[in-house]
Write a protein that binds this ligand. Structure first.
Ligand SMILES: *Cc1c(COP(=O)(O)O)cnc(C)c1O
Length: 484
C-alpha cells in the first residue's frame, strides 16, 4: 500500500501552500458560519451536531464515511435563489449532485433542473420533475439521449455543435415535435475564483465561439430549421466564481449577439441563460456574494445593455449547482491512524488518515481544492497541530484537506467533519481501491433519513461475471497433500 502514483509536488516541502507563515487559528472549536450549513452547531459538550443530531449518533447509525445533508439549509438556499431571480428561471445543475429526493425538493421550491446525460435525465424524471422544467446540456449528447429528451418533453435543449443542430432537427422532424432550443455561446471569459480574464477566443470543447462568428453561424443554422424553436442564448463561464465581473462581461457580449441577431434576422430572442458558477465558501476568507446581490448585478447589466441596444429585456436564467447543494452537506469520517511527519525546519505535520478519501472527494487531488475540517465528536484542550487529512487509497495524492489545524490529540476513533462537500464530491465518487460509495443521509429536526444507501460489496461484485470459458493456461499446480 505504499506506492505513490505521483511524485511529491513542489508544494510538498512547504508547510502551507505558497509557504505562508504558519499561524494557527486561535480557537479550533469555532465554526465559520459562512462555511458550515445553517443547522450545524456544537452541543453543550462540544460535539458537532447537524440539525440537532450529534455527529457520533450519525456515525453510529449510518457508519462512516457518510455524507450528511442539512435539508432545511438546502431548502432555504433554493428559496433564496428563486426569490433572487424572481421573474426569471433557476435551473439547478444536476451534475453537482443528483438523487431523486434532492431533485424533488428543488422542484418543489420552483427550480428547474439541468441534466446532461440519460442517467441524469432518468433521475429527474423518476423524481417527478416536470419535463418542461428540464434543460438538456452537453457537448456530446448521444442521438439516443436527444431522442429520450424529446420523448420526455424536455423544456429546453442547449445546442453545442453544428452536428448536433442537424441531429436534433432530424429527430424532431421524425418525432413530430418542435423543441425549444438555446445556442451555447462561448463568450471568451475565463473565470477563476477571485478574478476573471476576458479574452477574444476560447480554446475549449463547449459551445460556439462568439468572436470567430461561429455563434452567429449556429444561430443562422438553427433558424433555417423550422423544426427547432430558438428561444435564446446560453453562456456558462466557469465555476466557483466570486467576482460578478466575469458574468457582467458575459452578459454584455451575449446581449451584443442578441442585437446582431435582431439586425440580421429581424427577431428578438426572449431568453438568455448566464449559466452557473456562483462560488461558495470553503475556507476562511472565501466571501461569496448572496444570490440577491448576484441577481441584482446581472439584471442591472442586462437591462443596461438591452436599453443601449434598443432590445426588450429577455427572461434571465441561471444554473447554479455548487451554490445550491455545496454548503448544505458535510462529510463525516472516522480517524484510523495518525502519523507525525517532520518537515523542513523541525515543524511536525500530523498525517491524519480517515476511512474514505479521493473515492468520495476527488476535488482536492483534482483541483487542489481547499476544505475546512473540524474534530466532530468532541472538542479538545490540546494545542493546535498542523495537520493533513488523508484518505486510505494507495496514492500519496489522496488528500482530503491539504493544510489544516486539528487538536494535537486527535486519535483513532475520533470523527472529523469536512464542510461544504455537497457539490462534486458524491457526484464524482468512484470505487477506486474497490471502496463502496458512502451513503447520503438527510437530517431535519433531529431525525435522519437515508437518501442514498451505502453501496455494498455485493453490488460491486454484481457486474463481475468472470470467464465464460476458463482461459487456456498451464494447469494449476497440484496442491501438495491433497487427494485426487
Ligand atoms: C457545471 C455547469 C453548471 C453549474 O456550475 P456550478 O459551478 O456548480 O454552479 C451550470 N451550467 C453548466 C452548463 C455547467 O456545465
Amino acid at each position: 500500500m505504499s506506492h505513490s502514483a505521483h511524485p511529491a509536488g513542489p508544494s510538498h516541502g512547504h508547510p502551507l501552500p505558497g509557504g505562508e507563515p504558519v499561524v494557527a487559528p486561535p480557537d479550533l472549536t469555532v465554526l465559520n458560519r459562512r462555511i458550515w450549513s445553517a443547522n450545524v452547531d456544537r452541543a453543550a459538550d462540544g460535539e458537532l451536531t447537524v440539525a440537532g443530531l450529534p455527529a457520533g449518533q450519525l456515525a453510529a447509525e449510518h457508519g462512516t464515511p457518510v455524507f450528511v445533508l442539512d435539508s432545511a439549509d438546502l431548502r432555504q438556499r433554493a428559496r433564496d435563489y428563486v426569490a433572487a431571480f424572481a421573474g426569471g428561471d433557476v435551473f439547478y445543475a444536476g451534475k453537482a449532485f443528483l438523487c431523486t429526493a434532492v431533485a424533488r425538493l428543488l422542484a418543489e421550491e420552483g427550480l428547474g433542473i439541468d441534466v446532461c446525460t440519460a442517467g441524469e435525465l432518468a433521475i429527474a424524471l423518476r423524481a417527478g420533475v416536470d419535463p418542461q422544467r428540464l434543460a438538456l446540456h452537453g457537448n456530446n449528447k448521444s442521438v439516443d439521449e436527444l431522442r429520450q429528451a424529446l420523448a420526455a418533453g424536455a423544456g429546453r435543449i442547449v445546442l453545442d455543435s453544428h452536428l448536433e443542430i442537424e441531429r436534433l432537427a432530424e429527430l424532431a422532424a421524425r418525432l413530430g415535435v418542435r423543441p425549444r432550443v438555446l445556442v451555447r455561446v462561448t463568450v471568451g471569459v475565463e473565470a477563476h475564483t477571485h478574478a476573471f480574464i476576458a479574452t477574444a477566443h476560447e480554446d475549449q470543447k463547449f459551445g460556439f465561439s462568439l468572436a470567430s462568428g461561429q455563434a452567429a453561424a449556429a444561430v443562422a443554422r438553427v433558424l433555417d430549421h423550422p423544426e427547432l424553436q430558438l428561444v435564446g442564448l446560453h453562456s456558462h463561464i466557469g465555476s466557483q466564481i466570486f467576482d460578478t465581473g466575469g458574468f457582467e462581461v458575459a452578459a454584455h457580449r451575449v446581449v451584443g449577439l442578441l442585437a446582431r441577431i435582431r439586425d440580421s434576422h429581424g427577431i428578438e430572442l426572449p431568453e438568455i441563460d448566464l449559466g452557473g458558477g456562483q462560488g461558495i465558501a470553503y475556507v476562511d476568507g472565501d466571501d461569496p456574494q448572496p444570490p440577491a446581490r448576484v441577481a441584482a448585478r446581472l439584471r442591472e447589466i442586462v437591462e443596461r445593455e438591452c436599453g443601449l441596444a434598443g432590445l426588450a429585456v429577455p427572461r434571465l436564467a441561471v444554473e447554479p449547482g455548487r451554490a445550491i447543494i455545496g454548503p448544505s452537506m458535510l462529510t463525516l469520517y472516522e480517524v484510523g491512524t495518525v502519523k507525525p511527519v517532520e518537515l523542513d525546519g523541525g515543524l511536525v505535520r500530523h498525517y491524519v488518515s480517515v476511512d474514505g478519501g479521493m473515492s468520495d472527494n476527488i476535488r482536492t487531488a483534482l483541483y487542489d481544492a481547499g476544505y475546512t475540517v473540524v474534530l466532530a465528536n468532541r472538542t479538545s484542550e490540546a494545542p493546535p497541530q498542523l495537520s493533513r487529512v488523508v484518505g486510505k487509497h494507495c496514492e500519496s495524492g489522496d488528500i482530503v484537506v491539504r493544510d489544516c489545524w486539528l487538536p494535537a490529540d486527535v486519535a483513532p476513533g475520533d470523527l472529523l467533519a469536512v464542510a461544504a462537500t455537497g457539490a462534486y464530491c458524491y457526484a464524482m465518487a468512484s470505487n477506486y481501491n474497490r471502496i463502496p460509495r458512502p451513503p447520503v443521509v438527510a437530517v431535519v429536526d433531529g431525525e435522519s433519513e437515508v437518501l442514498l444507501r451505502r453501496e455494498t460489496l455485493e453490488q460491486l461484485m454484481a457486474n463481475d461475471v468472470g470467464w465464460a470459458v476458463a482461459p487456456a493456461g498451464p494447469e494449476p499446480a497440484p496442491v501438495p497433500g491433497r487427494a485426487g
